[in-house]
Design a protein around this ligand. Sequence first.
Ligand SMILES: [Cu+2]
Length: 312
Amino acid sequence: MRAITCENTISRRSSDLQRDPTPQPRAGVRAVAAIVLLMSAGWGCADAAASGARATEPAASIRIVATDGVYEAPHRVAAGLRHIVFENHGTHQHEAMLVKLPEGMTPEAYFAAVRGGSTFPEGALDYSGAGLTAPGESVEIWLRVDPGNYMVVCWNGKHATARLAHRLTVVADGTPDDPAPKEDVVLRLADYHFELDRAIEKGLRVIRVETPGPSMHEVDVFRMRGDASIADLERWYEEEDHARPHTRPTPADGMGGMSDSHDIHRVGWMRRNFAPGRYVFTCHLPLPRAGKDGPKLSHADAGMIKEVIVAP
Ligand SMILES: [Cu+2]
């Protein structure tokens, strides 16, 4: 997620910095309800980490659990390539994106800048993360984190400001990189289409995600229900958890994905089970608008939406 949404929602956003150095205003930046919740978690255990011995053991996997209220996740993570297991125990779809905040910037300040129209609050950096994941689903991802202060964000609906944000500190403590998994398939997030180097076979599969540039991209993976169409998916995507009643059946379930990184040269990996069926890959980052009254279009509108069949 997340790009273009309804009013009264702080939403994602990322314009293509590579193509358009002028950040685009995010849609609907007015509302902000319970931002207070963002402050519930501290910055974690940087002091303890700094004073402790250097780690030489491999890190355990980082488990991030989303509920509809908070994230359950560590507040301290070792720098390097990390294996993250993201589970959604909530009743809405959630994601877990890492945003690195510059020294002195709080989540409140970050979201205040977003409300003020900044697509990328100055100094903050997207560090990828797990894409939109349906209730009861999980996804594994591998991404590289650098030392600093981060927050975990869900951009679905109003979640970014109303519910979910979790602070964590990344510390360079010498912990070795987690080993990258061996990929089954390579997915290139090109301008503006998805390139898979081979078919995805059923079963537990690793997708290596590359972004050849020049634009930033992300991928969300949806498993389609019944004979739902891509048009059904796109309509629902705009409605999902925007506190509007769903007038039609849910067409798809989020199966995770990988959100955008400030550094497109960083490779990521995602692993999940692919049951046979029909999937749709999307990138909903916004295209730069043609003037302030120009239409709100996303990368999906430009071609980054692809049906992928996993054979029986
Ligand atoms: Cu894209």
